[in-house]
Design a protein around this ligand. Sequence first.
Ligand code: GTP
Ligand code: MG
Length: 138
Amino acid sequence: LERTFSIIKPDATERNLTGAINAVIEKASLRIVAQKRILLTRAQAEQFYAVHSARPFFGELVDFMISGPVVVQVLEGEDAIATYREVMGATNPENAAEGTIRKLFAKSVGENSVHGSDSPEAAQVEIAQFFAGNEIVG
Ligand code: GTP
Ligand code: MG
């Protein structure tokens, strides 16, 4: 079994969609093995999205990620990283497939409701940024 890191973003928590998103996650046979609702600090958001620091939307992205609560999660399952990327849908909800989280709930390419790790290396780094080993219960 593989683990991936997920964030339910502020546009979704603001609309009380945590449970609806978790239902889609669980229906895809991903198990939520760790979860907490937090406010990211600016430093945490900048660190998390550091790979995008040169992109023109970086400031907007960081401001958005600290604009309200997020729910950080560890998801476990068969091919969890690829499975969750599929369940999330395309970054821009206009391009997202029917039934995906972003098609169902995202507001725009920026306010797109969820994050999911894009590689095993990223998953490991991202999980370690937010969870101690004993906070993950598989
Ligand atoms: P994440 O799972 O959040 O990493 O999304 P992703 O892997 O589908 O997209 P990517 O890593 O390319 O971009 C990271 C995040 O930056 C996206 O999820 C969006 O929230 C934001 N983003 C990407 N492109 C744009 C853009 O053109 N404008 C704005 N405002 N935000 C963007
Ligand atoms: Mg990404």
